[in-house]
Design a protein around this ligand. Structure first.
Ligand code: SF4
Ligand code: SF4
Length: 363
């Protein structure tokens, strides 16, 4: 996959990063990455995810009642685009929204680079040639590259697995830049341990891959995390692969696996969750994160500005909380900004180091 940084508006990015740096210099933290959870609905059943709820009819009703309308999302995009240098569209399943392309087009008109995270099961319903005009990458949420564990992790039929595989082929045919993101649970460790994952990912057209171990949910009474010994084997095997092969490129830095191997968890001084604005399907933002979900920690972006929300006292919680032990996205958002930029914002890390080295040092 070639870096598409040429389509990112460098001037806009550097202007926003300067503003961000100036805010940081006076102790004002602000978000730089936007994550839009576009809908409460997902057609999959993943047990590690709240959108995997088995009651799909109830979920459809919830989505109808609570999802932001097209116009409301546009209002949110307007607010967020004056802060953030990059956006990530996810779900629920974002491509299930009938206005999906309209919203992507609008976000693109705001000069926001876009990463689309999708389970890929509905991509055949989308005009991929149009899509690739607006987005930088599709992040294919493919937890296993083999049918049986895939169906187990995602709670779907072999038919759905085959549909997803066909749709991955479509991405390759339409030359849509894409990579895989896989959540490692106790169900899919074997393909990482025996390294068959990598060849199969390459075969399926992914020349880059990213992983995270599952972070167990606090609202359920089961654990999906592999046992410590198995986790160690997975880490050692991925590190071994990274050491000897360049393709597919592993987008998460080796330190993540080294730390888990050594201590059973990732390390960070201070949680960096504040660097991203995570907007729920109904337009709310939880401060500091989903884990502290309560009415007093919930702010609506339709009613408040980003500045107002980022001045909330609850951000202090994140200064000392280290509850996310293995969650890849929190681990790297808590690393220096160039490491942080390396994953979802490929190419941007390089740009920051080159053009604004002082920002790379700032956090
Ligand atoms: S496909 Fe993604 S959004 Fe849907 S249930 Fe699975 S993890 Fe959640
Ligand atoms: S480390 Fe704590 S504050 Fe940070 S995202 Fe995890 S639960 Fe939230």
């Amino acid at each position: 996959m070639k870096s598409r940084e040429m389509v990112v508006d460098t001037i806009r990015t550097l202007k926003l990063l300067s503003k961000w740096g100036a805010n940081m210099a006076v102790g004002r933290r602000r978000p730089v990455i936007a994550v839009f959870s576009m809908t409460h609905y997902c057609n999959f059943y993943c047990p590690m995810c709240p959108f995997g709820d088995a009651d799909k009819e109830g979920q459809i009703v919830l989505a109808r009642r609570k999802d932001l309308t097209t116009e409301q999302w546009k209002t949110v995009f307007d607010k967020v685009s004056s802060h953030c240098v990059w956006s990530i569209i996810e779900g629920g399943e974002p491509t299930s929204r009938p206005d999906f392309m309209e919203l992507v087009r609008y976000l693109h008109s705001k000069k926001m680079p876009i990463t689309l995270i999708t389970n890929c099961s509905l991509l055949h319903t989308i005009d991929l040639d149009e899509l690739k005009k607006y987005i930088q990458f599709v992040t294919c949420s493919i937890d296993s590259v083999f049918e049986e564990p895939y169906c187990k992790v995602r709670g779907v039929t072999p038919q759905t697995y085959r549909r997803v595989m066909d749709n991955l082929q479509l991405l390759t045919e339409h030359k849509v830049p894409h990579y895989f993101n896989s959540v490692i649970t106790k169900y899919n460790t074997q393909e990482f341990i025996d390294q068959t994952y990598f060849d199969r990912a390459k075969e399926l057209g992914a020349n880059a891959v990213s992983f995270t171990f599952v972070e167990d949910r606090s609202d359920v009474d089961y654990s999906l995390l592999p046992d410590r010994e198995t986790m160690n084997k997975v880490c050692a095997s991925i590190l071994d692969y990274m050491g000897k092969k360049k393709e597919p490129q592993v987008m998460i830095p080796p330190e993540y696996f080294q730390q888990i191997l050594q201590d059973g968890r990732g390390h960070f001084d201070e949680c960096g969750v504040w660097k991203s604005i995570f907007v729920n399907g109904n337009g709310t933002v939880m401060v500091p994160c989903w884990k502290f979900n309560s009415p007093e920690n919930t702010y609506s972006l339709l009613e408040h500005s980003v500045d107002e929300i980022w001045s909330a006292p609850q951000w202090d919680i994140a200064k000392t909380c280290h509850d996310c032990e293995v969650l890849g996205c929190i681990w790297y958002s808590s690393q220096p900004v160039t490491t942080f930029a390396r994953n979802y914002m490929r190419g941007l890390g390089k740009m920051i180091s080159k053009e604004r080295p002082e920002l790379a040092e700032a956090v």
